[in-house]
Design a protein around this ligand. Structure first.
Ligand SMILES: [Zn+2]
Length: 383
């Protein structure tokens, strides 16, 4: 498929995949293989769907993550996204999902389909033809998009509002309405009184970024860690990759912020110290999430830090609205329980394959080429 499919049009391509997969659920007998002279029965099942959130919702028939029912695991409405008590969320039922999706598929008009979609946030996915496919459990939350490009990037860009051009502040929302603020500034100018014109919401700004960049020059990273761009955070350096976000957020920022906001602070209730503790909860949680092993203990550790991080964000930055990724962060522990640690199903490897395919001249036969390419990479060692 060339380009990005819109809405349910991905089903055209999925149908081809499902048609190939279906016989393998019962088992397909190969009369002779390279390793088995007398033949071999082969079973194949498609379990996790690994994509970014937009792709995952489209693939499995869920509405967009900006829809009222934005979550593929529960029925919390987007207006209640600040509800951080999972015990109060009504979980989605895969059987009911299948029933509603079928109703959407069998609807006789586009209007009827739209009504079902608007009301329940569900549409048909060809993957539902697979009898074992559980759209709720198998549509997993990908680490790279949700944590590195989601939680870390959101904390820098939206919570701290990174901006090297500004003098920076402490992240507090303005206590005065904008018209009142303008009147006060005009009054100060008339009376010749000095006032701080800095934007108090911007935290990761000029001075603190200078500290971070200086510390990065003095930091010797292990050889297996690639250094992020030296002056990241400026338009000239461009956007950070997922891996660079991970390194900046879990190493560089920790080194500098602990030094600047942590040491020498006598008041444990000071705003900067509280912001540091809040940020470190996120770092702790993501660190455990990206480990190559998981256990009951590590999952509890993750939930404890992530839950405290989210609750404290709402206290420290009351005008900030949580994003779907924040909500998903409390569901992701289910993926760790059911699918194991994320590295084996994380998307960077698939993104690299996508990139390689996009770079190749396929002579307008991309579909045929994909099958051959994947077969060569993964297919000849199985049986
Ligand atoms: Zn949910």
């Amino acid at each position: 498929m060339t380009g990005k499919p819109s809405q349910h049009h991905i089903n055209f391509t999925l149908r081809k995949l499902v048609k190939q997969l279906l016989p393998f659920w019962e088992g397909v007998f190969y009369v002779r293989t390279a390793r088995y002279f007398l033949g071999r029965r082969v079973f194949i099942a498609l379990i996790p769907a690994v994509c970014d959130t937009e792709g995952a919702h489209q693939l499995s028939g869920f509405a967009s993550h900006s829809h009222t029912y934005f979550c593929r695991r529960c029925l919390l409405q987007i207006g209640d996204i600040h509800n951080l008590v999972p015990e109060t969320w009504i979980m989605r039922d895969p059987a009911q999902h299948r029933q509603l999706a079928l109703k959407w598929k069998e609807a006789s008009t586009e209007e009827e389909r739209q009504k079902i979609y608007d009301e329940f946030g569900i549409r048909w996915s060809e993957l539902l033809e697979l009898p074992y496919w559980d759209p709720v459990l198998f549509t997993i939350i990908d680490d790279m998009h949700f944590a590195q490009l989601g939680l870390f990037e959101t904390h820098l860009r939206d919570v701290w509002q990174i901006d090297h051009e500004k003098s920076g502040g402490d992240g507090k929302p303005p206590s005065l309405s904008k018209p009142n603020l303008r009147t006060l500034k005009a009054l100060c100018q008339d009376l010749g009184i000095h006032y701080n014109s800095g934007d108090s919401k911007r935290i990761l700004a000029a001075r603190i970024l200078d500290y971070i960049w200086a510390d990065m020059k003095r930091t010797i990273l292990p050889t297996w860690i690639q250094s992020p761009p030296p002056n990241w955070g400026t338009p000239a350096q461009g956007k950070l990759s997922a891996e660079e976000y991970k390194i900046v957020c879990s190493i560089s920022l920790v080194i500098t912020l602990v030094r600047v906001w942590g040491y020498g602070t006598e008041d444990a209730q000071s705003r900067h110290f509280q912001m540091l503790l809040n940020y470190l909860d996120l770092v702790h949680a993501v660190h455990v999430l990206l480990l190559r092993e998981t256990s009951q203990q590590s999952r509890e550790y993750y939930v404890f830090h992530m839950q405290r991080y989210l609750e404290t964000v709402l206290v420290l930055y009351p005008d900030f609205t949580l994003k779907p990724n924040h909500h998903f962060s409390l569901h992701v522990v289910t993926d760790l329980e059911t699918m194991g640690p994320g590295h084996a199903r994380s998307t960077p490897v698939f993104e690299r394959i996508n990139h390689s395919l996009q770079e190749l001249n396929a002579n307008q036969h991309l579909g045929d080429f994909c099958v051959l390419y994947h077969w060569r990479m993964f297919g000849d060692h199985s049986f």
